[in-house]
Design a protein. Structure first.
Length: 294
């Protein structure tokens, strides 16, 4: 069944900071399962995640898509700061907030995360007891696997910026910024081809910067080790040409999950958000969610 749906602006507060979200509600008399969603490294809800939410809502799922503190439409005085602990707190706060909304079925909580947040939803599924199912799309899972993929030279070139950024903390928040993504080998956290990046960012109000210290977050955080603690159904979408979240290591770690569905997609890290690969993936995710409550 293809539902019509509404989208409304909602605010919630995480550690006293206003976070902005979109709530998608299918037009039906029954309470719908709720999918909580947020983006990956430096991403906002406008960067193709809304397309997934729209398709989920049309399939009968309420969706709560939010921006982290310091990103997008959310407030925060440390703009573009990426911190895994803070983001996990935002996730937990968003989940607890939307579960209190009487228009959704709080007993049917689902998660969707992509890239860095694909790691977050893995962690959350291992630590929360109320999650009924999870989709982790091209999830970041293992620091050493990513380092091996990008190479030691990648680390060496960026180290002076990281050191300078850490030293800047001594005088307050005066970050040394690096580009989040680039096309042509320019110093950045991520590289992607121009066409894919343009499709991915179409219509998004995107700030292409983050503090260089973000690289240290990867040294502290390897969420793939928590797959073995995930007892509820989890769908892992691994991109075989992904040089940011290597598929082989992700698949190896995901096999520790008790109720795993894993599928590979013949693409790089950003292609799965767009065009025919998006169509294939989002259809697979809806089928997976449907089976949970069949």
């Amino acid at each position: 069944m293809n539902y019509t749906f509404t989208r409304e602006d909602v605010n919630f507060y995480s550690k006293g900071t206003r976070c902005s979200a979109w709530l998608y509600l299918p037009e039906t008399e029954k309470k719908c399962p709720i999918i909580v969603m947020a983006h990956g490294l430096g991403g906002t809800r406008e960067m193709r995640l809304y397309a997934f939410a729209e398709r989920f809502a049309a399939a009968g799922y309420a969706c709560f898509l939010f921006d982290y503190r310091n990103f997008g439409a959310s407030d925060g005085n440390r703009r573009q700061l990426i911190n895994a602990k803070m983001q996990l707190h935002d996730w937990n706060t968003a989940i607890d907030f939307i579960k209190k909304d009487s228009r959704v079925d709080s007993d049917k909580l689902l998660l969707f995360g992509s890239s860095f947040s694909g790691g977050h939803v893995t962690w959350l599924s291992a630590h929360r007891t109320d999650v009924k199912g999870t989709v982790a799309q091209c999830p970041y899972t293992d620091t050493m696997a990513t380092i091996r993929e990008v190479g030691l030279l990648y680390i060496i070139k960026r180290s002076p910026f990281v050191i300078a950024d850490v030293l800047s903390c001594l005088t307050g928040y005066h970050p040394v910024m690096m580009k989040l993504s680039t096309f042509s080998g320019e110093l950045a956290f991520m590289e992607a081809d121009e066409k894919t990046t343009n499709d991915f960012l179409e219509g998004a109000d995107y700030i292409n910067d983050a503090p260089a210290r973000t690289l240290l977050e990867f040294l502290k955080y390897s969420p793939g080790k928590y797959f073995g603690k995930v007892k509820t159904p989890i769908y892992v979408a691994a991109c075989t040409k992904d040089n940011l979240a290597p598929a082989d290591k992700t698949i190896e770690l995901a096999k520790n999950a008790e109720k795993l569905t894993c599928k590979t997609y013949d693409c790089g890290h950003f292609e799965i958000y767009c065009n025919e690969l998006f169509e294939e993936a989002v259809s697979d995710y809806i089928e997976f969610y449907n089976k949970i409550f069949a």
